[in-house]
Design a protein around this ligand. Sequence first.
Ligand code: UDP
Length: 140
Amino acid sequence: MALERTFSILKPDATKRNLTGAINAYIEKAGLRIVAQKRMLLTRGQAETFYAVHKERPFFGELVDFMISGPIVVQVLEGENAVAKYREVMGATNPANAAEGTIRKDFALSVGENSAHGSDSAENAQIEIAQFFSGNEIVG
Ligand code: UDP
């Protein structure tokens, strides 16, 4: 199978608790390669655009406030079956439902402050990567 790329965000609850290295260890242990990475603060507009699919949901305002509450780390991850593999490494959205040994089981604070984002399809991965990285920032 060909290499695939997915988009990842280490969320503000993770940067606040100095957990970015610990989470990256889970990513690398799973065989995914971090081929681009930068720490940044999202603007409200960027956060609203990124989560636009959820704009009618009751948690949208809280989610946007959380995502701009501190630094995030945006990443491109590369590997075999990277989209599905990273979803597996992250675990379920709600840490209460996440499997043992997953990022969210081990680090997430709540369903909202759940430490990591990962694209849910290869198509969305491409769209999300393009929102944050230009081609020459990704080095496989
Ligand atoms: N979220 C939330 N409350 C909910 C569901 C989701 O705050 O009841 C937040 C949570 O941070 C989640 C993000 O919204 O990661 C996007 O939700 P989605 O259902 O797309 O989950 P994901 O793909 O991140 O697992």
